[in-house]
Ligand binder design. Structure first.
Ligand SMILES: [Zn+2]
Length: 484
């Protein structure tokens, strides 16, 4: 039997970070509100209520499509996708069928350090449904409670081509897309809370065959880990069926985190089952070329290109670049620190290390914290020049982070500047040698580690202000071993 090849395509739904819902004035932010309190006649689907298109949602979708190198047709329209489910108050979802806002793009992502590209079929706009609450998981619960606070929230769908060839590629594709959406400021990337959701189409075919096998849609994967686990399970399940000579049923299956298995939910609908037809309450959308050009000009540097540029431009490691490009604001802060005179590698260490730890603990973003890029640069330069010790600088950074003071000013104010003055250093070296004659003798006899306590004595005598590198060098000179 020919070896089987998985064929995987992802459909990603992203709630857009607009102020209001897709077709009404209700708030798009719905988490934590009392059930069914964030609703109006339009999003409840009451007779006579009319939808109005949210311009910000259209612009966010076009920006995303442009960042994915999609084509933006001049005309677009909304359609009704008809189906019955308790979370859908109108009995149809307003979506886009044959004239979406964009077509034919691609997404670059990395797998094991290798660049891959996956085609993007389309990016279109629709509205979210409400939420159902069950006791436990849906297929075992005796009841469902309906909350329509989420009904009508703008939902952008990014449909990927079936270009992925292994379950391992899927989370990497999704990571790249998620980061792009965060860069664009159109989605918060929160998979656990469901503002970013991913479904997958999975089929198998003999390697080398072009024709696609029967595809199964897998839903309900709310983390990168569960996405890979669900696809691995599903590929295994289908492989097993095919090898036993059985047929794959076209259907929708849900990933059960509890059972670590995909579970059949329903037969898969075909497009005709949804009886799509143009939404009669909304005019077709004409997307002006000037608007497209204007949105294109305002796009941020994409994450992958930003990473390449930072690697190219500064002497920092790939790991550092990864940390510094988590969000575009992180990279902007780093570049500001370097522009203010800090050496790149040290700047990256201080930002990704001590400063980020302080920001995390205080739950504040680096660009909003009390340490400006210029202040961090001053401190880093002082450490690099040996004017202040690393440990003192770390303490001052933490203090300044709290109080809003400038860390460099604290060094001067407190007289904490590191001492490199020759006469003062010589005196401390003399004291240390007098205090620890055994360590001195041991070092001279070849015990390298005996230097530690001597440097320690100097640091202690100086109140941590003695330059430790200089202290070690002076001790070595003084204790020069015969023959060295
Ligand atoms: Zn509403």
């Amino acid at each position: 039997m020919a070896e089987l090849e998985p064929v995987i395509g992802l459909e990603v739904h992203a709630q857009l970070l607009t102020k209001s819902k897709m077709f009404c004035g209700c708030r798009a932010e719905y988490l934590g509100l009392p059930p069914n309190s964030n609703t109006c006649p339009t999003c409840l689907g009451l007779p006579g209520a009319l939808p109005v298109i949210n311009r910000a949602a259209v612009e966010m979708t076009i920006r995303t499509a442009l960042a994915l190198a999609c084509r933006i047709p001049e005309f677009s329209k909304f359609d009704r996708k008809n189906y019955f489910y308790p979370d859908l108050p109108k009995g149809y979802q307003i979506s886009q069928f044959d004239l979406p806002l964009s077509l034919a793009g691609q997404l670059e992502f990395e797998v094991d350090g290798q660049r891959r590209a996956c085609g993007i079929t389309r990016v279109h706009l629709e509205e979210d449904a409400g939420t159902l609450h069950h006791a436990g998981e849906i297929h075992t619960s005796n009841f469902s409670l309906v909350d329509l606070n989420r009904a009508g929230v703008p939902l952008m769908e990014v449909v990927g081509e079936p270009d992925l060839r292994s379950p391992r590629e899927a989370p990497q594709y999704l990571r790249a897309l998620r980061q792009l959406l965060i860069y664009l400021g159109v989605n918060d990337g929160n998979m656990e809370q469901g503002s970013l959701r991913c479904d997958a189409n999975v089929s198998l075919r003999p390697r080398g065959q072009r024709e696609m096998g029967v595809k199964v849609e897998v839903k309900n994967m709310n983390s990168f880990r569960s996405l890979e686990a669900a696809l691995t399970y599903e590929v295994g399940r289908q492989t097993d069926l095919i090898q036993r000579g059985m047929t794959i049923v076209q259907e929708t299956r849900g990933w059960s985190e509890l059972e670590q298995a995909t579970v059949s939910q329903r037969g898969k609908e075909e497009a005709q089952d949804y009886r799509y037809f143009p939404e009669p309450d909304l005019p077709p959308l004409k997307v002006g070329r000037e608007l497209v050009e204007q949105l294109k000009a305002g796009l941020p540097e994409p994450p992958m290109r930003l990473r390449d540029r930072l690697l190219d431009q500064y002497e920092i490691s790939a790991e550092q670049v990864l940390v510094l490009t988590e969000r575009p604001q992180d990279a902007a802060y780093f570049e500001a620190v370097v522009a203010a005179g800090a050496p790149p590698r040290a700047a990256a260490n201080w930002q990704a290390g001590p400063l980020q730890a302080l920001c995390k603990a205080a739950r504040v973003e680096v660009e909003r914290c009390s340490i400006s890029a210029g202040e961090l640069a001053d401190l880093v330069r002082m450490v690099e020049a040996g004017e202040v010790s690393g440990s003192t600088a770390r303490e001052l950074l933490a203090e300044a982070f709290e109080s809003g003071a400038s860390p460099a000013a604290l060094v001067t104010e407190r007289g904490l500047a590191q001492v490199s003055d020759a006469a003062q250093m010589d005196a401390w070296v003399d004291d240390a040698l007098r205090q620890l004659p055994k360590a001195a003798a041991d070092f001279q006899a070849g015990a390298e580690r005996a230097l530690g306590p001597l440097v320690g004595a100097i640091r202690k005598a100086s109140g941590n202000r003695a330059n430790p590198d200089l202290a070690a060098r002076l001790l070595r000179e003084r204790l020069a071993r015969p023959g060295e």
